[in-house]
Ligand binder design. Structure first.
Ligand code: 4NP
Length: 171
């Protein structure tokens, strides 16, 4: 089998949006029986929360949707990740700037994209930061991440010719 496709989701703190994107996308990959074809990670551009568990409100949101963030521990995005990963999907434009800032020789910009480019209803192409808001904001992030992950997986299955490996192509 060919090398797995290495994907990293990036937000600011790595305790809310990108950890959720990782488990939602991974769930879809597993549902499609494609787990051997992907390596999926997440990180934050900031260092404040390194080693922390996911935010309680996001853990509850995940649980309500039959997913678990209990294993998550936050980590920080580093310049070497630009080389290590094939695709880096950032949650907002500030994350995009911060990640591109680490690409000192402008080598890897083609790998870095706003996650919501794949959202059928992209609004301003950013996943809103729910950290300082209420519970509704977390549910909204879940809805965005859920439908965007669906579309993203379809696009990657196309791009990497994985259709023949999909367990249930009608899903
Ligand atoms: P995240 O949310 O980037 O989705 O993990 C945030 C988490 C923490 C902070 C900001 C956003 N913070 O300022 O500590």
């Amino acid at each position: 089998m060919s090398d797995p496709i290495r994907i990293q989701f990036v937000c600011l703190g790595n305790i809310c949006r990108s950890p959720l994107a990782k488990v939602v996308f991974r769930d879809k990959v597993e549902e499609a029986g494609l787990q051997e074809h992907f390596k999926i990670a997440s990180s934050g551009t900031g260092s404040w929360h390194i080693g922390d568990t996911a935010d309680d409100r996001m853990r509850e949101t995940a649980q309500r949707n039959d997913l678990s963030l209990e294993e998550h521990r936050a980590s920080q995005f580093e310049a070497a990740d630009l080389e290590r990963f094939d695709h880096i999907f950032v949650m907002d434009k500030s994350n995009l700037n911060d990640v591109l800032h680490l690409d000192e020789d402008d080598e890897y910009g083609g790998k870095v994209r706003l996650f919501r480019e794949f959202d059928p209803e992209p609004d301003d192409y950013q996943v809103p930061d729910p950290y300082h808001g209420g519970r509704k904001g977390f549910e909204r992030v879940y809805d965005i991440v859920e439908r965007t992950s669906d579309m993203l997986l379809h696009r990657l299955v196309d791009e990497y010719d994985l259709e023949e490996h999909v367990r249930n192509p009608s899903k």
